[in-house]
Design a binder for this molecule. Sequence first.
Ligand code: UDP
Ligand code: MG
Length: 153
Amino acid sequence: MEKTLVLLKPCTLQRGLVGEVISRFEKRGLRLAGMKMMQLTDEILNEHYAHLREKPFFQILKDSMMSTPVIACCLEGIDAVNTVRAMSGATNGRNAVPGTIRGDYCMSNQQNIVHTSDSLENAAIELARFFKPEELFDYTPSNLHYLYALDEL
Ligand code: UDP
Ligand code: MG
């Protein structure tokens, strides 16, 4: 099954939304394969946001991402990358559709609650960036056969 990375950003910790956001993924049926609190550094953010390094907001974004620890989560499920990405909604919370996480919890283009991997390839790269292999756990959900039909597994 696919694994994807979710980061709960400092705005989410500060606003007391950690449980609520994780709960959405749990209720959807995604399996939590790893979770930890970590303090991000300039080094890891230069890698993680390399595609944005020329943007005028790059430094403010990095400062914001280092302002408190974040919660890194690895979620697993069939088509988990696209499903989790769709749940997070458009980057700018003001454009995000209600019902998505950003569309329900934020008003900002930057303070937008979650990071979610945007492709299977990037999910693998990002999971390796944020988790050691031994920090990801393989266990079978006891309700697996009620989450998916037999011919989906
Ligand atoms: N961001 C920002 N201003 C922008 C675009 C993005 O501050 O105009 C921040 C925002 O926090 C976003 C992050 O940079 O989540 C990464 O940008 P990306 O385009 O990868 O969006 P995402 O994949 O998070 O939707
Ligand atoms: Mg992105």
